[in-house]
Design a protein around this ligand. Structure first.
Ligand code: SF4
Length: 477
């Protein structure tokens, strides 16, 4: 063959078609791969770095997820007052600046994408998110999505439908965000909410909780923007007896998660009002079970350290809460192990055709999981009751308890960890173990670090020289 033949127009066209086909095939292969290779590598690194005491069969970090993420220093201001407040005393002296927020969120999320792979949950947090202009809020969420994050906006929920609509719907009238995920923080330890400046009892907030959910339901009806809502509540000795009532009153409002945070001595010292440590995690969990009307089994799936996190996954079937996994049932643990082995960090929250392809590839690689998962489905149906499942559409409902640590323990623990040392003092050592297994990290691209939220609030936020360098200039307090 002559050189002229090799470089003929027809040969060139064929080569380009073959090249395009090859690239298309590789893109398809990557998209339908159950777990993106970057996430697979990030999970392996996460597992290797975990301390031995949390490497149990139930551990989801490093198997299913890299962990939860949060922004920091991007919109520190808040217009309510909480006791306790985890922001530093300076937070309210910083003006909210949408351009700064979006730039900084983008930088932090790009770092998280590099370190932890795609399809991870990230919270837009660090102040009151609804103080951002809707356009800046939408742009921040879009920046998070662009870096493969699944964003959740953390808010006190004291905003109007008009704000929500302007957030979700662009200037042209079309929805610019297909889905919104929000956590609404409601508890009687907050002051300054419109219409109820001071709250005597948790139940007084129920109209505000209902209004919050109703706004998202209206948005979905009017603009087709779907939503996921979580309910956050700080728990102190003062309101622990009302936890059960909150769950009972609010579980049909539209929340898909109830997350409780036993108060810690962290953040603004002026807002430490009670002896928070009179309350144990077991007491809070018992109250949650009273409200759920069911035992909340949390031993089957662990995210990080059990002293930090407890999670019970389940579904509301009629008025009964039914766990996905029963931690007294060995066969459920076999199903969990099989799930981890078959799907790993696979993202199920994708369009149906892509999901079908990923499921097919996963199950083809490990066909025995079909039987194991089918038997788990039958057990769940038995627990829930087949008739009840047919009659009442089950709704996913997750219960979480996240126990932050006290700043006085975190500071020395973190400083020692920075020097690569473990403490001999049991309380500080326990704090270090929890920090090493942290499931909730914040990105510091400048120093090339992932920092546990406890260390962020206890060590980095309050110290002037290390205060987030990116905060804009102070505004008037
Ligand atoms: S170390 Fe702190 S931020 Fe991390 S999971 Fe534990 S309590 Fe949460």
């Amino acid at each position: 063959m002559t050189g002229a033949a090799i470089h003929s127009p027809r040969a060139g066209r064929s080569a380009r078609i073959l090249d395009r086909l090859g690239r298309g095939w590789r893109a398809l292969e990557l998209a339908t791969r159950p777990v993106h290779p970057d996430l697979e590598a990030a999970l392996a690194r996460r597992w290797d770095a975990l301390p031995e005491h949390v490497k149990s069969p139930s551990q989801a970090l490093g198997r299913r997820t890299s962990g939860c993420e949060g922004t920091h220093g991007v919109f520190p201001r808040c217009n309510l007052a909480c006791t306790p407040c985890y922001h530093s005393r300076d937070a309210n002296r910083v003006r909210t600046d949408g351009e700064h927020t979006v730039t900084e969120v983008d930088r932090q999320m790009a770092y998280l994408r590099r370190q932890r792979g795609p399809a991870q949950n990230a919270q837009l947090i660090g102040g009151e998110v609804s103080l951002l202009e809707p356009d800046a809020h939408a742009a921040a969420l879009q920046a998070m999505r662009n870096h493969g994050r699944k964003p959740m906006s953390m808010s006190h929920g004291d905003f109007d439908y008009e704000y929500l609509e302007r957030l979700a719907v662009g200037a042209g009238g079309a929805a610019r965000l297909p889905h919104l995920s929000f956590a609404g923080h409601f508890d009687s330890l907050m002051f300054g909410r419109r219409g109820i400046k001071r709250v005597a009892a948790e139940g007084d907030l129920n109209p505000h909780r209902r209004r919050f959910c109703a706004m998202f339901q209206r948005l979905e009806r009017e603009h087709g923007v779907s939503h996921y809502l979580a309910h956050n509540m700080t728990v102190t000795p003062r309101n622990v007896g009302e936890v059960a009532g909150v769950i009972r009153d609010c579980r049909d409002m539209g929340f898909r998660m109830f997350s409780f945070q036993p108060a810690a001595f962290i953040g603004n010292e002026n807002r430490w009002k009670d002896e928070f440590r009179e309350l144990s995690g077991d007491e809070v969990w018992a109250e949650m079970e009273r409200g759920a009307g069911a035992r909340l089994p949390y031993k089957s799936l662990q995210i990080g350290d059990e002293r930090c996190n407890r999670t019970a996954y389940g579904a509301l079937v009629g008025d009964r809460w039914v766990p996905l996994l029963d931690d007294r049932e060995p066969a459920d643990h076999e199903a969990r192990d099989e799930f981890f082995a078959t799907f790993g960090g696979m993202d199920f929250d994708v369009r149906p055709t892509l999901l079908a392809a990923r499921l097919a590839r996963s199950l083809a690689r490990r066909p025995r999981s079909i039987g194991v998962l089918a038997r788990w489905t039958a057990r769940f149906a038995h627990r829930a009751g087949v008739l009840a499942l047919l009659r009442d559409r089950p709704k996913a409902l997750t219960f979480v308890m996240h126990s932050f640590m006290d700043a006085r323990d975190v500071r020395p623990a973190w400083e020692l960890l920075q020097r690569g040392e473990m403490s001999d003092e049991p309380r500080i050592r326990a704090t270090q173990e929890r920090l090493q297994a942290c499931s909730y990290a914040m990105a510091h691209p400048d120093s090339d670090e992932l920092v546990p939220a406890c260390a962020q609030h206890s060590v980095l936020d309050p110290l002037d020289p290390r205060r987030p360098r990116s905060w804009p200039e102070r505004c008037d307090p």
